[in-house]
Design a binder for this molecule. Sequence first.
Ligand code: ARG
Length: 394
Amino acid sequence: MGKGKVVLAFSGGLDTSICVPLLKEHYGYDEVITVAVDVGQPESDIEKATEKGKLIADRHYTIDVKERFVNEYILPSIKANGSYEGYPMGTALARPLIAEEIVKIAIKEGATTVAHGCTGKGNDQLRFDFIFRSAGMDIIAPMREMNLTREWEIGYAQEHKIPVSVVREKPYSIDENCWSRSIEGGVLENPAFHPPDDIYAWTVSPKDAPDTPEEVRIDFEQGVPVALNGEKLTPYALIQRLNVIAGRNGVGRNDMIEDRILGLKAREIYEHPAATVLLAAHRDLEHLVLTRQELAFKHIVDDKWSELGYMGLVHEPLFAALSAFIATTQQRVTGTVDAVLYKGSVTVAGRSSVSGLYSDELVSFDSTVLDQCHAVGFSTYFGLQARLHKNLKK
Ligand code: ARG
């Protein structure tokens, strides 16, 4: 008597592919149901996962949540300037949504056990488990429980005639969605090792980018990018198009040492061309429309929001409270930003907004609207305590 059904979060990569035979042979399940969730990874990857799932599992589902991923996770992340240790979060944002979709299929299938291919060293296990446990599911994570190495996995896949695209020379673990692509593992695990250029797929090397700068114009409405170069687009389409434009200018690479939730330091490489441009443009527009007080406080809120987002703790009540604050500030973040892309860099060249707090009447060198003599009174009191303190020491 077997153990019935298990629903597996399936990407079609090495780890999740060998989970299928492992869940039967090693864990004793009768039926393995694979679910691939489309969060805007390259179409060919989703097609491959679908084909492979149908080939090796008892039943396969492919669920398209691209638009939902953008609307419910990426847009809030733009509003929050979502970044962790200096790079735009990507993988972290998609995990809760993927996990929720797995749970839905498990309920539909009458299964009480779900499985994922995460190792016991990374963040993704925690993000998935958090959602699965909240839904009362039992969890199996073969990579974590069996302490498998990628070398062993490749051999096991070959034994089971499971086609794998990773080869021993390039055993990278790659995670993609429409916001970001991450590459880790293999030779990259030596942090001193310079990454070969062929690990990148969305960006050209800045040295190979065109010699002429390329300008893009982005319109924001309430913190959300709504048009690119004057053309209204859905946020998903806008991100897709901007990934190509910024990518061909070498914009949006990160090679860094990252602190994982568990405390491990890891060498991580990312590509996120559209995210780099949109976050730079959004931040700049905020500086035009928000007050100094709002900006300073929002910086703290954004950081905390990003930390919770990184951990995947999307049901933490603080996350909702911070999101509510952020949403209030974004009501005025409407305007236009011009950004120049050039050999890996993005520079804001101009911005405008109907809600801008900038007044050239007041600030201009050429204007006499303000009586500059009034500043003398302000200056009399400015830094008063510090001046007293400095003189005391004398
Ligand atoms: N370090 C990143 C994160 O925790 C990316 C992990 C991506 N996983 C992968 N298998 N490449 O969000």
